[in-house]
Design a protein around this ligand. Structure first.
Ligand SMILES: Cc1cc2nc3c(=O)[nH]c(=O)nc-3n(C[C@H](O)[C@H](O)[C@H](O)COP(=O)(O)OP(=O)(O)OC[C@H]3O[C@@H](n4cnc5c(N)ncnc54)[C@H](O)[C@@H]3O)c2cc1C
Length: 445
């Protein structure tokens, strides 16, 4: 049973009567967006003794388009937040069942320095639970408040302006963490630009009840075929949840030069029809929701002197599998660790992109290079059957595609992957998390 704090009660009160709890007017750390990234940032910042306000446009619990899959990296972060037992209580899976090109492989999670299990929890439930950790640690909630603008003091942000049911409200802050997701409207106000010349994701998910009670493995179909039977550069998934439903979805890769050109609603219906018998799907798929996903740090302008973007807002999504809950949680924890330095004269403008590049630069660089290759027509139909014939190759692929290689891992695959990543990063014309003025943006998000 979670501890109910004053902040929690305030949150519930606000949910019942948005506007009933007065919006705070100032705080030390203001976090905008209460998804995994924002809630983790708020939890860790409150833990470090900062006064924190955690604001969101939505009223919780709220849905979010997602596959709901939790990689071992995400499980590790949930453990850090004290949610290990909670997430394990919602089922755990042992790895990936990968199908395609006439093959079916079961590939266990590699383990190593990360947990050897994953999970899957609907985001309505997961995000509300992570957010409650932030509130339990003392973050003050604000809901139904859409951040629309910032107030500045020179090049620093001194406050954020919100649209609320009561009209505009401003919350003054010393530091700002922007965790408002892939579209990042507040990030755009601050000058964030999404570069779409490297791979980005186009994905949709739905829910449907399944008679097949099989949550030991998550399933991916690496031979995703469109409605004209063409092979698409992406994959379909069936992630079983603990309540008898599955999250079913499709995701494809695109670049500015090679847009996806898929109709996601038709594609997800087509994919579900193919899976219906095998997964004993009952009734129609429902709650179809989709989004575009910036990937691999392909956004510039991720920080200013006293503000930083985290999670999807900073393009922290793995280009090879589209997952970002783990990076959201990790970046929330990492930024909280830097907020104390800023008070001593530290400036996040350079420190934050440098930290992100150190942590993710080489892995994202090589991953988005490979993801870009997958968008080349006819490559996947040629390479897919070769790859799928080798269990060893696919075991390595699962590990590197999932970025389940950490700095602590010293085996051959880990060293080779890190080496390839460093070489890729050196060759990048536009490295992940470029400074705002590095190059004229190709496309603003
Ligand atoms: C179809 C699909 C499937 C995916 N599947 C997976 C998967 O299986 N596993 C995985 O790890 N990742 C998956 N991802 C990626 C994952 O959903 C994201 O990486 C993750 O949600 C990022 O978390 P976040 O906290 O950065 O942003 P979000 O979870 O998007 O949270 C952003 C929050 O900000 C709020 N907000 C937005 N704008 C404002 C504003 N102006 N003012 C105030 N609040 C605002 C929103 O209401 C929201 O609560 C998938 C994505 C898609 C689209």
């Amino acid at each position: 049973m979670p501890v109910v704090t004053g902040a929690d009660q305030a949150a519930r009160e606000f949910s019942r009567h948005p506007g009933a709890v007065s919006t705070p007017t100032r705080t030390d750390v203001l976090v905008v967006g209460a998804g995994p990234a924002g809630s983790a940032a708020a939890a860790w910042a409150a833990d470090a003794g900062h006064d924190v306000v955690l604001a969101d446009a939505a009223v919780f619990p709220r849905d979010k388009a997602c596959g709901d899959g939790l990689t071992p990296r995400a499980i590790a972060e949930l453990e850090h937040l004290g949610l290990g037992d909670w997430v394990r209580g919602r089922g755990q899976n042992r790895g990936l069942r990968a199908a395609g090109f006439g093959q079916l492989l079961t590939l266990p999670w590699p383990g190593g320095s990360l947990p050897a299990h994953g999970g899957a929890v609907a985001r309505t439930e997961l995000d509300a639970r992570i957010r409650s950790v932030a509130l339990e640690r003392g973050a003050q909630p604000v809901e139904g408040a859409r951040a629309v603008d910032v107030e500045r003091d020179g090049d620093r942000v001194s406050g954020v302006v919100f649209d609320t049911a009561e009209g505009p409200r401003t919350i003054a802050c010393r530091r700002l963490v922007v965790a408002d997701g892939a579209r990042s409207t507040l990030g755009r106000v601050l000058g964030r630009v999404w570069h779409r010349d490297t791979a980005y994701g186009v994905a949709a998910r739905a829910y449907v009840r399944s008679g097949r009670h099989d949550d030991e493995w998550i399933s991916s179909h690496l031979e995703l075929r469109g409605t004209d039977d063409e092979v698409l550069s992406g994959y379909g998934w069936v992630f079983p949840l603990h309540d008898g439903h599955v999250n079913i979805g499709v995701g494809t890769l695109a670049t500015e030069a090679r847009p996806a050109n898929v109709r996601l609603r038709s594609l997800i219906a087509h994919y579900a029809a193919q899976r219906r018998e095998d997964w004993q799907l009952e009734g129609e798929v429902r709650d179809v929701a989709s989004a575009l996903l910036p990937m691999g740090g392909a956004v510039s302008g991720v920080a200013g002197p006293n503000w930083a973007l985290v999670g999807d807002a900073a393009g922290l999504v793995n280009p090879l599998n589209g997952e970002g809950i783990d990076y959201g949680l990790e970046s929330g924890r990492t930024i909280a660790g830097l907020l104390g330095d800023e008070g001593d004269g530290g400036d996040l403008s350079l420190a934050w992109p440098a930290t992100l590049r150190r942590q993710y630069g080489s892995a994202f660089s090589i991953a988005r290079r490979l993801a870009g290759l997958l968008t080349v027509p006819r490559l996947l139909p040629l390479a897919g059957p070769v790859g799928m014939r080798s269990r060893m190759l696919m075991t390595v692929a699962l590990r590197v595609m999932g970025n389940l290689v950490t700095e602590e891992d010293a085996d051959l695959v880990a060293r080779a992957w890190r080496g390839a990543g460093r070489a890729s990063l050196r060759a990048d014309e536009l490295p992940p998390f470029p400074a705002a003025d590095l190059r004229t943006p190709l496309a603003a998000s």
